[in-house]
Design a protein around this ligand. Structure first.
Ligand code: 13P
Ligand code: SF4
Length: 368
């Protein structure tokens, strides 16, 4: 079932009784279910999840770590993924046939992943290969649908995450002269720039107008960036940086590479979710940090480091709305339904898509 179809399907909406339960009752129920299922149940949680949920995760991590854990876990029969839809799809693709993956709220999508659909990508590929011949290799950020990963897998390309993007872009340039980077233009641009590719060697493909925005000579073109972005990380601006520099002259600014090039350029450090967590962990007591990433994580880092002064780079930033859809009532509901007929909230990628998407994921997992 497609993500949109799931949204329209009312039996996938949480029953009222879960909303009526107290926090204590809900927490008790999760503990009971974890006790009941033991190692048959595995709950991975992305760092952007709420505290009320992450406290019950068997493992926490960024996109790369959670993909690796999914590929390695052969014991759990039920994987209840606390993250967003594309992460649960990835877990389903990388696990065995007899393992079932569930997403506690089917509305937990990702606006960035929705910015590249298969029809748009096939149209783009046709036009770009007419223009550039056989010189292009597609790479997709894991923050994309299984169908896009499958497309990329079939064309010899691979997935990337924010923690291995540089390695994977280098790998891609060993295969072909140019890359098409889907769907996050910012991660693509920041990564290519770090590898020495000039901004004037990068073009942007607009999937709404089917046009390539590029002013240079075609022979110089190295990277085609898909015009997609993360609505959370685009919320950090050059003005936010100027305010922090003015108000806190000793503060270091660290951001996620899903932020725009201008923001990354003006920051002191940029890296994946794990990179940010590790940098703050290693920092000296008393050091000052402004962090440009998702708010649930920033708040957790603030609480974990009372010895450092830490703020969000944007004081008005909100958590990722779709990550936030996974809350305690949805987690309990999902756990209660694990063995009921109908596979409520199960994420199952169709076999033909899964096979091709796995090629793209495995090329990444083997290499980086
Ligand atoms: P990472 O987990 O790779 O840092 O990605 C961040 C993100 O936006 C996940 O949705
Ligand atoms: Fe998608 Fe951005 Fe939310 Fe990650 S933080 S799930 S990329 S919208």
């Amino acid at each position: 079932m497609s993500f949109l179809a799931a949204l329209q399907n009312s039996h996938l909406m949480i029953p009222e009784k879960y909303r009526a339960m107290s926090k204590e009752e809900l927490e008790q129920r999760v503990l009971e279910m974890k006790e009941k299922y033991g190692t048959k149940l595995f709950i991975p949680g992305h760092h952007y999840q709420k505290d009320e949920v992450i406290q019950f995760a068997d493992a926490t991590g960024d996109s790369l770590k959670l993909a690796q854990l999914s590929a390695d876990n052969k014991d759990a029969e039920f994987i209840v993924f606390c993250g967003v839809h594309f992460m649960a799809e990835t877990a389903d693709i990388l696990t065995n046939e007899d393992q079932k993956v569930f997403l506690p709220d089917m509305r937990a999508g990702c606006s960035m992943a929705d910015m590249a659909d298969l029809e748009q990508t096939e149209r783009a590929w046709e036009k770009l290969t007419q223009l550039l011949g056989d010189s292009l290799l597609p790479l997709t950020y894991v923050n994309s649908t299984a169908a896009i990963k499958a497309f990329v897998g079939d064309k010899g390309g691979a997935t990337v995450t924010s923690s291995n993007a540089e390695k994977m872009v280098k790998w891609a340039f060993d295969q072909k002269e140019r890359i098409l980077f889907l769907p996050d233009q910012h991660l693509g641009r920041n990564t290519a720039f770090n590898l020495g590719i000039r901004l004037d060697q990068m073009a942007v493909w607009d999937p709404h107008t089917d046009t390539l925005n590029y002013e240079g000579e075609l022979e110089d073109l190295k990277v085609v960036l898909w015009k997609g972005h993360c609505s959370v990380h685009e919320g950090f601006t050059v003005d936010n940086i100027a305010e922090v520099r003015k108000d806190y002259p000793n503060m270091k600014i660290i951001v996620h590479p899903e932020c725009s090039r201008e923001v990354v350029e003006l920051s002191d450090l940029a890296g994946s979710t794990s990179y940010i967590i590790n940098a703050i962990e290693k920092a000296d007591p008393g050091s000052e940090w402004a962090i440009g990433t998702e708010m649930n994580l920033v708040n957790r880092i603030i609480n974990d480091h009372p010895d450092k002064k830490i703020i969000s780079l944007n004081q008005h930033m909100c958590p990722c709305l779709t990550m936030n859809r996974i809350d305690l009532p949805h987690l309990v509901w999902c756990l209660d339904m694990l063995e009921t007929p109908g596979d409520h909230n199960r994420i199952k990628v169709s076999e033909n898509i899964a096979q091709s998407a796995k090629l793209a994921l495995e090329r990444m997992l083997e290499y980086a």
